[in-house]
Design a protein around this ligand. Structure first.
Ligand code: HEC
Ligand code: HEC
Length: 432
């Protein structure tokens, strides 16, 4: 019984990826009640909850990195490798624009459990910012689909960024990163926010000094990398390892794609059929299974009425044909990440879907010439079809492998407040 009590008195962390999270992959016919019963049994059996020495008074949190891979990963040659049915399917490159059984691109995987777990602490620790006020999770909040619910993100000292924070679910599959597609690796990308005066305001020297000056972090980096001083590359590797573990491929849509027809309602199937039709053409760019082909496309959403302020990829390449080009975003967990588009211009999924039927270039001001993508045309979708599209996009929800959000981080700084998280996928399973 002591371990049951310890759930309430222990100040420290529970293991990051609990046994409960592993259990949510059970088939759909399990009911929520059954899961709860199972939880109760596990609790009583003392399987959940760490053991502490009886009578120990609450002390400073201890940090120990887990030696277990995240849910849906398994240890292979010392590194965590994803298990997913999508790996058995042919890749997108082999199979055209993607039917239901299309494979996933290569994932950033093979990191050790300790590296992933260390990355989890770093991700939630505001110590990474210049003044200890902003963490990655400030803008990529797990409770909001690893986005922030804002049209434009807000960084250190209240600076407003030009663009909206994207979701990080499945980001380890992406090799074209950012709205303008300007980064190709997670390690390279994260140096943007870390050292941008608008985001986390830090610099490499200060970041290293802070981390090396923290005994807890030194011990954790030693567990993860076996060295006694912390190097920047290790910081980047650990955070990338954690990002690669954010997998969402178990939505009801996925069950349907793997062959379980009853996983989607008739309305959702009708929505999927509009989505992949050559009338609506959504799947040409939002290609399954990631619902992004990772290409740049000019769709022509105005930043504010009558204005294109954000040049998109043109600012990177100088190529005028890429003015207003953005990397096709994934639509996974899209119900969690309103408002939509690079600047949050569309507040609902219906608004976003309706944009595509407004007519080619209808938001583009007269003095602009954008090279709108050929798949953007005038499909003349009905209100009913718009609504079906939104309904279908809602079936892409799966947060079952939500990582454990730390209650404390090694710096001792407050973990960025996250809204109460309604976990699980939309089968109703609770995940821990
Ligand atoms: C101040 C808010 C803010 C903070 C802090 C922040 N990000 Fe972001 N993040 C954004 C915004 C906004 C974008 C999109 C920027 C763009 O495309 O120009 C983004 C984009 C990304 C992307 C690319 C996503 C995609 O779909 O291509 C990744 C990966 C990412 N951030 C990871 C991180 C990590 C890791 C940290 C912490 C080291 C972090 N971010 C800190 C706001 C933030
Ligand atoms: C030519 C490629 C293309 C086609 C076709 C396309 N999209 Fe998009 N989609 C994009 C791009 C690029 C963006 C980002 C645009 C921006 O931010 O300005 C986007 C953004 C979105 C978003 C917002 C995502 C987010 O995270 O903010 C939704 C929702 C969406 N599209 C749904 C659809 C639907 C529904 C269809 C079919 C009716 C469709 N798209 C067709 C390329 C495409």
């Amino acid at each position: 019984m002591s371990s049951l009590l310890s759930l309430h008195c222990r100040p420290a962390e529970r293991p990051s990826f609990s046994i409960v999270a592993r259990m949510v992959r059970v088939p759909i016919n399990q009911t929520k009640a059954a899961v709860h019963r199972l939880l109760a049994v596990l609790l009583v059996a003392g399987l959940i909850g760490p053991s502490v020495v009886k009578g120990e008074s609450p002390a400073a949190p201890e940090f120990l990195l887990t030696d277990t891979c995240p849910a849906s990963f398994e240890l292979h040659d010392g590194g965590c490798v994803l298990r997913s049915r999508y790996k058995a399917y042919r890749s997108l490159r082999d199979a055209g624009v993607g039917g239901l059984k299309t494979g996933v691109p290569p994932l950033r995987e093979g990191f050790t459990p300790q590296q992933i777990d260390l990355g989890r602490y770093l991700f939630f620790d505001p110590v990474l910012s210049a003044d200890g006020s902003v963490s990655c999770a400030s803008c990529h909040d797990p409770a909001q689909g690893f986005a922030d619910g804002r049209a434009q993100a807000i960084g250190i000292d209240g600076h407003t960024l030009p663009r909206s924070a994207p979701s990080l679910w499945n980001i380890g599959f992406f090799s074209t990163l950012l709205w303008d597609g300007s980064k190709n690796s997670l390690e390279e990308q994260m140096q943007g926010p870390l050292y941008s005066p608008l985001e986390m305001g830090n610099n490499p020297a200060q970041l290293l000094e802070t981390l090396n000056g923290n005994d807890t972090y030194r011990a954790l980096f030693e567990q993860a990398f076996g060295t006694d001083t912390i190097a920047l590359d290790q910081v980047y590797t650990a955070v990338a390892a954690f990002e690669g573990s954010l997998i969402s491929l178990n939505s009801r849509y996925d069950l349907y794609a793997h062959g379980y027809h009853a996983a989607l309602s008739e309305e959702e199937i009708a929505g999927l059929n509009v989505f992949r039709s050559f009338v609506a053409r959504c799947a040409e760019c939002h290609t399954p299974p990631l619902f992004s082909n990772q290409q740049l496309a000019v769709v022509g959403v105005a930043d504010s009425p009558g204005e294109i302020m954000d040049p998109g990829a043109e600012a990177i390449t100088g190529d005028a044909s890429q003015r207003g080009a953005f990397r096709v975003p994934s639509l996974r967990n899209i119900t969690r990440t309103a408002p939509y588009m690079h600047r949050g211009q569309k507040s609902t999924l219906e608004d976003a879907a309706r944009f595509y039927t407004g007519g080619r270039g209808h938001e583009v001001p007269e003095d602009e010439s954008l090279m709108i993508h050929w798949h953007i045309w005038e499909p003349q979708l009905t209100d009913r079809e718009i609504q079906l599209l939104a309904t279908f996009m809602g079936a892409l929800t799966d947060e079952a492998f939500m990582p454990q959000i730390p209650t404390a981080v090694p710096s001792g700084l407050p973990v960025t407040p996250a809204r109460q998280f309604a976990s699980g996928n939309d089968f109703g399973f609770g995940a821990q």
